[in-house]
Design a protein around this ligand. Structure first.
Ligand code: SIN
Length: 491
């Protein structure tokens, strides 16, 4: 796409820059805004309402007031509304993808993939909403009956990150609404427009006022209100482990339920019997998708020492074809990082790894467009003592660690406080089964680098958090089980 072909955002009805509170678009009460920029160019693309504590309280009240009526909406009607929302997202997928690329940076093909991925959760939960069953449980005596109901937990706060500004929000709002909850959402300030556009289509689809509320701005103020309000009964967060711990601690004061989808440190294990071309497809997808800015990115590539040289040769050949650039250019395969601090963090990790003995196999001064771009880096001889072994890189850096046998591979893989995703490449069925059982991770991809979809439970172990998103389990986090004991029924 040339400069002339880049459409202006102002032509899109879904371009909203105010907060969505009780079905209305509202400016910040103090009239202030903050700037949203394009990470590929630095150009300011919108000014968004800079909300704080007051607006958050209004949003919580709107969600609390809408809660009982929304919970009462029959499942079939909720299903139709969610389906109408899904249809609108899909009908406008190219435009939403374009907006996503402009504010987040990822290549258009990936942005379109994300819009469809996000929509798939709305579609999935428009179906699951009809399957929220209770139980009739055998009672200890003939004079009693035990019945369980599943009821919405209440108002849910959804705090979402900038790396998947559409999908992470859809993955939270859709199950919350299906369960009968109302929501107050705080999308990342770096990428609010994709989130607000989802809000726009939810209103267009007929989702009642107050059921979905959304605001951005003063993050600390909004976070304090959401975590301290007794009216908010659950908080679901996707983001860093550090912030997840702070939110969990704050939520404990009102005993809110929490779901935490936090940082990862995924091992990508390549055994000597692996199909190396399949492993290359997997590593390219899992390491370099979104420029390495996903929680499930391969963070440590563990390769059997006897195949390391050939693995490196194939990886460097694949990376020769990578094109770093503006996400709207069709040839781009690796977009910019989200901002300057992200670039500095990644560059710092690489520099310190090299100081500690890691060997760079790619030119570190490879030319990239000016801005927040980082060319792919491959580092060899990474060891557990190096910071880069335990840090979540969040950039296009392939960090190679070699191992000598199965036991060492699994021990290295589990040598982390994180436990979100792990990948294993092998053709041996025994290794597949042993490794999937012994890896301390919520998700294990065997000969597969893309593990996320709406039908599967996404979530981590250890410091990668708790709760599962998507799948038949994805509603559980938004439902309370109520047990009813019917007594006095005996002879
Ligand atoms: C994430 O990075 O948090 C989510 C990635 C995914 O859903 O695949």
């Amino acid at each position: 796409m040339t400069e002339q072909e880049i459409p202006s955002l102002s032509q899109y009805d879904f371009l909203q820059t105010d907060a969505l509170i009780d079905g209305h678009w509202q400016a910040a009460m103090d009239g202030t805004t903050f700037a949203v920029d394009n990470p590929a160019t630095g150009e300011i693309i919108a000014q968004v309402a800079n909300c704080g504590a007051q607006e958050t309280r209004l949003a919580i009240t709107a969600a609390a007031n809408a809660q009982a009526a929304w919970a009462q909406v029959p499942a079939k009607q909720k299903s139709r509304l969610l389906r109408a929302w899904f249809d609108l997202i899909i009908a406008n997928e190219n435009e939403l993808a374009y907006l996503l690329t402009l504010e987040q940076g990822k290549p258009m093909a990936e942005a379109l993939g994300e819009v469809r991925y996000g929509a798939s959760y709305v579609e999935w939960f428009s179906e699951e909403v009809k399957r929220i069953y209770g139980d009739v449980i055998p009672a200890p005596g003939i004079d009693k009956r035990i019945v369980t109901l599943k009821q919405p937990v209440g108002v849910v706060a959804c705090i979402t990150p900038w790396n998947f500004p559409n999908a992470m929000l859809a993955r939270k709002i859709a199950p919350a609404l299906a369960a009968g909850c109302t929501v107050v959402c705080k999308p990342a300030n770096e990428t609010p427009l994709s989130a607000l556009a989802l809000g726009y289509y939810a209103i267009e689809a007929g989702i009642p006022p107050g059921v979905i509320n959304m605001l951005c701005g003063k993050t600390a103020e909004i976070g304090d209100e959401l975590t301290s309000s007794p009216e908010v009964r659950k908080l679901t967060f996707t983001g860093s482990t550090q912030v997840g711990k702070m939110l969990t601690a704050a939520c404990s004061q009102t005993m809110k339920r929490t779901s935490m989808e936090l940082g990862g440190n995924a091992p990508f294990i390549v055994f000597s019997d692996a199909n190396l071309d399949a492993a290359m497809d997997g590593v390219m997808a899992s390491k370099f998708r979104n420029s390495g800015q996903t929680c499930v990115c391969a963070n440590r590539i563990l390769v059997s020492a006897d195949i390391l040289d050939v693995f490196i040769e194939k990886l460097l050949a694949r990376l020769e074809k990578a094109v770093v650039g503006h996400g709207v250019a069709p040839e781009t395969t690796i977009g910019p990082l989200i901002h300057r601090q992200a670039v500095e963090k990644v560059e710092g990790l690489v520099e310190r790894a090299i100081d500690q003995g890691a060997v760079p196999l790619t030119a570190l001064d490879k030319a990239t467009p000016a801005g927040n771009f980082v060319a792919p880096v491959v580092l060899k001889d990474v060891t557990p003592e190096m910071e880069i072994f335990s840090a979540e890189i969040f950039g296009p850096v392939a960090s190679l660690v070699s191992f000598s046998d199965y036991e060492q591979a699994i021990a290295l893989a589990n040598q982390t406080t994180a436990g979100l995703a792990a990948y294993v490449y092998t053709t041996d069925p025994q290794t597949m089964i042993r490794a999937s059982e012994q890896l301390e991770y919520g998700i294990v991809g065997i000969n597969e680098g893309i593990i996320s979809n709406e039908m599967a439970p996404f979530g981590g172990m250890k410091e990668s958090g708790h709760g599962r998103e998507g799948s038949k389990y994805g509603l559980d986090d938004y439902l309370d089980i109520k047990y009813i004991c019917l007594g006095g029924l005996g002879p």
